[in-house]
Write a protein that binds this ligand. Sequence first.
Ligand code: FE
Length: 203
Amino acid sequence: MSDDEISRKSFIMAVGLGAGALALPQLGSDSASARQTPLEPTATCDDGDEPTHSQTEGPYFKPNSPQRTSLVTPGMQGTPLTVTGFVYTMSCRPVNRALLDFWQADHYGRYDNVGYRLRGHQYTDATGKFTLTTIVPGLYPGRTRHIHVKVQAPYQRVLTTQLYFPGEPQNQTDSIFDPTLLMEMSNTPPGRTGTFDFVLRLP
Ligand code: FE
């Protein structure tokens, strides 16, 4: 979630509180305090959310990836990573059977352009949920850390985008980086967990 979105939600909360409150809390006078408003630990869909931004697919997409929720194969190097989230419509309805096709670099920043290592597609369940089991992708020259994904509700157009990791120094210098595409990360030894919810604009 971007600072803009956090601020917008805080503003909406402030308006909502203000409407019925006798003593108005001093909200909005300090944007820094607004940004520190605690957020629910679980991402939720908001009717005001914008659709997830698209991004270039880059040079390494390959069609026909295998269907699998885990991209980890025996002996694979890297920090374990689980990415979970939901696919929603703009009116916050979960998208059942949305296709998610992930591809990423390995621990050393290399893509498999011959086979399908660290490539795979899956479908959301009836609640719109997906779970990806993988490793933290390595860095390669010119880019910050990222995971590529194509998301498609049944019979709808494909959203091609990328997911990013907070706190990466290269986020400041990668011209493609988009802060609205940052995952929320937590450490879950022996690895890390990221969450991200996609919002699709459907007709
Ligand atoms: Fe890439």
